[in-house]
Write a protein that binds this ligand. Structure first.
Ligand SMILES: [Zn+2]
Ligand SMILES: [Zn+2]
Ligand SMILES: [Zn+2]
Ligand SMILES: [Zn+2]
Length: 219
């Protein structure tokens, strides 16, 4: 199993290279709920200590035969080799540690947290959803579907007596209150469903007019 390749897509590097807070930390996240787990912070002692540490790391790596795919040493250059190697080994430790906090789904190969894991099936909850939760959800869908169907039928029934030729206004042209097709505005009492007229000369007022275009009277 190639944990490095998987986790290389699914971690956040929280390492700090310089300053008093220098050190290594990585954050891994569940592929289903995105809950995160952070590896314990490991302080970084600086280039000199790291170079010394790096020798031991080199030996260990030789034994393991690692190629260093996706790791930072090669790109880091000579000056940063101490940091790069230290980071890589810290990353490897973090991955090993993270394996204990995540479960690999045998079907979709995602790594998920304990809450997103169907232990009985050995699969993630996306691949093997919880039976009781699915049953409840299906019941709710059935309820909603039936209620929607009946409400639709009731609406069709009511539509029989609806006069589609009566003009309706959804917003009061006088005060902008939402009127939803009522006969009078609930905000100002304006008589809706009629084209606005000038109070002085009775000319039709265009939508939003502040003054009558016919006689100049303020609306
Ligand atoms: Zn999760
Ligand atoms: Zn899965
Ligand atoms: Zn109004
Ligand atoms: Zn007018």
């Amino acid at each position: 199993m190639s944990s490095e390749i998987y986790f290389s897509n699914n971690y956040r590097d929280l390492c700090v290279r310089d300053g008093t807070g220098a050190g290594f930390q990585f954050e891994f996240s569940c592929a289903r709920c995105y809950d995160t787990w952070r590896s314990p912070f490991e302080p970084y002692g600086g280039e000199r200590a790291a170079t010394w540490l790096g020798k031991g790391v080199d030996a260990a790596w030789g034994l393991l035969g690692r190629t260093g795919t996706g790791l930072s040493s090669a790109a880091d250059g000579l000056a940063g080799a101490g940091w790069g190697r230290s980071r890589d080994t810290a990353f490897q430790r973090a991955i090993d540690n993270a394996q204990g906090h995540f479960n690999r789904c045998a079907r979709c190969t995602d790594y998920v947290c304990g809450r997103c894991w169907n232990a009985a099936q050995g699969l993630c909850l996306r691949c093997a959803p919880d039976t009781a939760a699915e049953a409840m959800a299906a019941q709710q869908r059935g309820l909603n579907d039936m209620a929607s169907q009946r409400a639709y039928a009731a609406g069709q029934q009511a539509g029989q007596s609806y006069d589609p030729n009566t003009p309706r206004q959804l917003v009061c042209p006088n005060c902008r209150t939402e009127t939803r097709g009522a006969a009078f505005c609930s905000g100002c009492g304006y008589h809706l469903a009629q084209s606005p007229q000038c109070s002085s000369c009775s000319a039709a007022l265009p939508e939003g007019a502040a003054f009558c275009p016919g006689c100049g009277t303020r609306r």
